[in-house]
Design a protein around this ligand. Structure first.
Ligand code: FDA
Length: 393
């Protein structure tokens, strides 16, 4: 005997819980099926335990997708202000860190508790430790065969997230289900992820592990100005995580080491002011000392400033403004914050998140081919897409 509901949500993460509470508030009988031992594990670990739950500057331009228009409708109908409204109603204290990024003052646990409390108030049933063994679709809708029995409903919401951090419960279940019901799944890869270096590129920087500096990282037409952190295996820090979503092996990746400054004008000025000082001494005042020295050992000739002629200064300025970072790959899903690619939005309605191939089937959150920048955008997508589906199921 199947237990019947109006809506079955597979995945009790950010998007699944938002969809469930929204549908529950509309009087739908909703059940969330989560295979991990608790819901919202990624929310708990996010933002260093304080959950960067939204970004007040969210626009569609902050997302990567084969169809950049897809995210517009849902983002417009559920905004950062809407989510902040719920956070405030639950008296959760928050602060803006930088660039519109909002974090909890105390703990991410409060965000999970808020979502679960809203679900409970709306009569949503949540089953944890409940893995799905089989999915059946027939005339009467969907049947989920799970460890805890068989559940049936006319609407099935796939909210299983991406592939990053498999130890937190990530699976490819959503992609497999999508393919089975005739959806295309665009190739997936790790995003918001540290980059690795190898061979001489790694050897040149390895011992500088721990050094951080502001840079502007550029790949193709995209650039991000923020910090870079040198690590034992490569490079990380917000500027690198951001650009990693736009970079693929073989792509040209350049760093402006004096972001916001005209490197040539700066060098000329230094030459005028301190003709006797060596380049490495001058650079050590603008960059971390060990990094400046390494630049002058490997990439730049080191001599007193007065000995550089104009073309040589131009060459040095070019290295500083367009320093080539030859990455060999990424740290992969083990440490990635998000998964790029996923269920092709072509087969999904942008206003309801419902499949255009199989009515009653919905996809929300990261399982879709919509990936945000670092800074609270991915949660905002989870809330907005979950809300859109919650209003439609
Ligand atoms: P999410 O991953 O939240 O949920 C999917 C759920 O489905 C999980 O609970 C999983 O266990 C469950 N599931 C998977 N397969 C299943 C199956 N077969 N059966 C049943 N259940 C299944 N974003 C942001 O905006 N601000 C931030 O601060 C951070 N910080 C951050 C830190 C770290 C370390 C990571 C890894 C990620 C972030 N992110 C982030 C990204 C953010 O966590 C992510 O984009 C959202 O959680 C996506 O929400 P979803 O609900 O789509 O997936």
């Amino acid at each position: 005997m199947a237990h019947t509901h109006d809506v079955l949500v597979v995945g009790g993460g950010a998007a699944g819980l938002m969809c469930a509470l929204t549908a529950g508030q509309r009087g739908r009988r909703v059940m969330v099926v989560e295979h991990a031992n608790k819901v919202g594990k990624k929310i708990l670990m996010s933002g260093g335990g304080r959950c960067n739950f939204t970004n007040t500057g969210t626009t569609p331009a902050n997302f990567l997708s084969a169809n950049p228009h897809f995210c517009k409708s849902a983002l417009a109908r559920y905004t950062p202000a809407d989510f902040i409204g719920m956070v405030d109603r639950h008296r959760i204290a928050w602060h803006e860190k930088e660039l519109g990024q909002l974090f909890c003052d105390v703990s991410s646990k409060l965000i999970v508790k808020m979502l679960v409390d809203e679900c409970t108030a709306a009569g949503v049933r949540i089953e944890t430790d409940c893995s799905v063994e089989r999915v059946h679709h027939g005339d009467d809708g969907f049947r989920l065969h799970t460890r805890h029995g068989v559940f049936a409903a006319p609407s099935l919401v796939v909210a299983t997230g991406g592939l990053s951090i498999p130890s937190m419960g990530a699976t490819g279940f959503g992609y497999e289900l999508a393919r089975r019901f005739g959806h295309d799944v665009l190739p997936t890869r790790a995003g918001l992820v540290p980059l690795t270096l190898s061979g001489k590129h790694q050897e040149r920087l390895q011992d500088l592990s721990g050094v951080a500096l502001p840079v502007e990282a550029r790949c193709g037409r995209q650039s991000f100005r923020n910090f870079m952190l040198l690590t034992h295996r490569g490079v990380s820090g917000p500027a690198i995580l951001q650009i990693s979503s736009y970079w693929q092996p073989g792509d040209d990746l350049r760093l402006d080491l004096l972001p916001g400054q005209d490197a040539l004008a700066w060098l000329k000025d230094q030459q005028k002011q301190r003709p006797e000082a060596e380049l490495k001494t001058v650079l050590s005042e603008a960059l971390p000392r060990r990094f400046a020295q390494r630049l002058c050992e490997v990439w730049l000739p080191n001599r007193p400033m007065k000995q550089y002629n104009e073309p040589q200064l131009r060459e040095a300025a070019d290295v500083l403004a367009r320093w080539p970072l030859v990455a060999s790959g990424t740290e992969g899903y083990r440490t990635a914050e998000v998964t790029l690619g996923g269920v092709d939005t072509d087969g999904v309605s942008s206003s309801t998140m419902m499949s255009t191939k199989l009515p009653g089937l919905f996809f929300v959150g990261e399982v879709l081919d919509v990936t945000g920048w670092l800074g609270g955008y991915n949660f905002q997508w989870a809330w907005a897409s979950g809300h859109a589906a919650g209003l439609a199921v």
